[in-house]
Design a protein around this ligand. Structure first.
Ligand SMILES: [Ca+2]
Length: 153
C-alpha cells in the first residue's frame, strides 16, 4: 500500500515538471522598442531586460481588466544585480509607484482607465519578470497585498 502511494506521488511529480516548464516558456519576452506609452507591449505577464545599453524603461499595456476590481502587479528580479521600480498608470495618470522596490514587490490598486505599467531601471542591469493578476481569495480580498515602500496617488 505504501509503495503504491509512493508511486502515485512520484507519478504526479513527474507529470508536473512539463507543466511548470511550459509555463516558464510561455512568459513572453519584451519587444523593443518599448520606451514610451505609445510603444507599450500588450501583456499580463512578461520577462524583460533593463539597464542595458542605456535602456532604462520598458512600457506595458494591460487590457481586459475589470475597473471595479483590484489588480495586483508583482515585479521579480535579482537585487544583487540591479534595482528596479515600476509605475502603474490609468490612462495618462500615474496611480501607484514603487520606491526602491525589493524584488517581489507587489502593488494592488484599482485601475479605472486603460492600464499601463512603466518599468524603470534605477541601478544596474539584469532581467525581470512582471505579472498582473486579478485573482481573489474566498473572502473577496486581493490575493496580493501592497508592499511597504509603495505610494498611491
Ligand atoms: Ca525599453
Amino acid at each position: 500500500m505504501k509503495s503504491t502511494f509512493t508511486l502515485v506521488v512520484l507519478f504526479v511529480i513527474l507529470l508536473s515538471f512539463p507543466v511548470m516548464r511550459s509555463f516558464a516558456q510561455d512568459i513572453p519576452f519584451e519587444v523593443e522598442p518599448n520606451d514610451t506609452r505609445e510603444q507599450a507591449q500588450e501583456c499580463w505577464y512578461v520577462s524583460g531586460e533593463i539597464g542595458v545599453d542605456g535602456d532604462v524603461e520598458d512600457w506595458y499595456k494591460v487590457s481586459g481588466l475589470d475597473p471595479e476590481e483590484y489588480v495586483s502587479f508583482n515585479l521579480v528580479y535579482d537585487t544583487e544585480l540591479q534595482r528596479i521600480d515600476f509605475e502603474v498608470y490609468s490612462d495618462t495618470n500615474v496611480i501607484a509607484t514603487t520606491v526602491f522596490a525589493e524584488s517581489n514587490s507587489i502593488v494592488s490598486t484599482l485601475v479605472p482607465g486603460q492600464c499601463y505599467v512603466r518599468v524603470l531601471a534605477t541601478n544596474g542591469q539584469g532581467v525581470y519578470q512582471l505579472y498582473a493578476d486579478q485573482a481573489y481569495d474566498f473572502c473577496g480580498m486581493p490575493t496580493y497585498v501592497a508592499s511597504e515602500g509603495c505610494s498611491f496617488f
